[in-house]
Design a protein around this ligand. Structure first.
Ligand SMILES: Cc1cc2nc3c(=O)[nH]c(=O)nc-3n(C[C@H](O)[C@H](O)[C@H](O)COP(=O)(O)OP(=O)(O)OC[C@H]3O[C@@H](n4cnc5c(N)ncnc54)[C@H](O)[C@@H]3O)c2cc1C
Length: 318
């Protein structure tokens, strides 16, 4: 049976959690249908073979380009997939994953299933599942080309969690025309909003950037929480685009999504409606977000946020 190639995303010299989750998904598939799981690092990284093997990789291929290059990384993945005879290429459905997937699919003349939340092998081949219409429906996708490319939504799959050390092999990197020189707008000390298990997200209802410390204090009281934002807030320049959740921002699926002063426009829901638990705080009881919320609090966020933060701290102290 053909192998599965997982293209790893590396940030600050570390493989991102969403890539470890993709390795876990690949492992499950390889165990069911046979074949190896190959992990490809397209940029310089000293791979943790225990961690990558434990997540699901049999072998780690290090192409080791000095900096990330979208066209270079895609060309490397296309070449390696061909050389290794991989019939499936998986990536995390992050911003970078989105950028690479189409390029790799085009290079392999392969069908492409973006932003999948489930995948399985059945008698007819590979079957992918993905949310559509802002999470209101799920679509099953059958790819009929000899090779397939899919991106996997973060937090829907788990690393394999096995005790195994992968082997390492160095492979040449393809030159790209474009090269990433700097990443801006990151939340220091907080996880990326696309991968976080808890997100505290703010909207126009917060009134202005001067009230963001209230949101940050709540995030600080929830270990591992990231900050998110609606587009209205990003367009107003209150927060960076890297925090924007929604159709033209990031797609997130945390365990807990707290939407504060966010109305729940369809374009915002498109990015967060697959969150496991949604808590909405809004002073308008008719706000659309309440139709999707697991728990709703009707009231003024500026009054509720400090009380909620204090209650959380007290609960943790007790
Ligand atoms: C093509 C396109 C793409 C888009 N992509 C995105 C996207 O990726 N992400 C996104 O978020 N939006 C996106 N939008 C914009 C989207 O349609 C909404 O305009 C936006 O989500 C609204 O942001 P908001 O909820 O913060 O603001 P508003 O809609 O203004 O809502 C503010 C909410 O805060 C409440 N409120 C006010 N004061 C308080 C208070 N003191 N306490 C508690 N609640 C209060 C109000 O009742 C209201 O519900 C897109 C739009 C288009 C056309």
């Amino acid at each position: 049976m053909a192998d599965i190639l997982v293209v790893l995303e590396v940030r600050d010299g570390k493989v991102r959690p969403a890539s470890l989750q993709a390795l876990g998904a690949a492992r499950g598939l390889a165990d069911a249908r046979g074949g190896r799981v190959l992990a490809l690092a397209t940029e310089a990284v000293e791979p943790d073979l225990e961690a990558l093997g434990g997540a699901g990789a049999d072998e780690v291929l290090v192409a080791g380009a000095e900096a990330h290059s979208p066209d270079g990384a895609a060309a490397t993945a296309v070449r390696v997939a061909g050389e290794e005879g991989a019939d499936l290429v998986l990536l995390a459905a992050t911003i970078r994953g989105r950028d690479l997937c189409g390029r790799i699919a085009a290079g392999l003349e392969a069908g492409f299933a973006p932003d999948c939340t489930a995948l399985e092998a059945d008698g007819e081949g590979l079957l992918f599942e993905r949310p559509v219409y802002a999470g209101k429906a799920r679509m099953q996708v059958r790819i009929r080309t000899p090779k397939a490319v899919a991106s996997l939504r973060p937090n829907f799959f788990q690393p394999a969690g096995r005790s195994h050390s992968a082997t390492r092999r160095d492979v040449p990197a393809e030159e790209g025309k474009a090269r990433v020189v700097e990443m801006k707008g990151r939340q220091e000390g907080r996880p990326d909003v696309a991968e976080a298990r808890i997100i505290v997200s703010g909207g126009r209802g917060l009134g202005g950037p001067e009230n963001w410390p209230l949101l940050e204090a709540l995030a600080d009281a929830l270990p591992g929480a990231a900050l998110g934002a609606s587009r209205a807030v990003v367009d107003a320049g209150w927060r960076p685009h890297s925090e924007q959740v929604g159709q033209t921002g990031k797609t997130v699926s945390p365990e807990l999504y707290i939407a504060v002063g966010i109305s729940g426009a369809i374009q915002h829901l498109a990015g967060m409606s697959t969150s496991k638990v949604i808590v909405a705080i809004n002073k308008d009881a008719e706000a659309p977000i309440f139709q999707h919320a697991t728990y709703g609090v009707v009231g003024d966020a500026l009054e509720i946020l400090p009380k909620l933060t204090e209650a959380l701290k007290a609960a943790q102290a007790g």
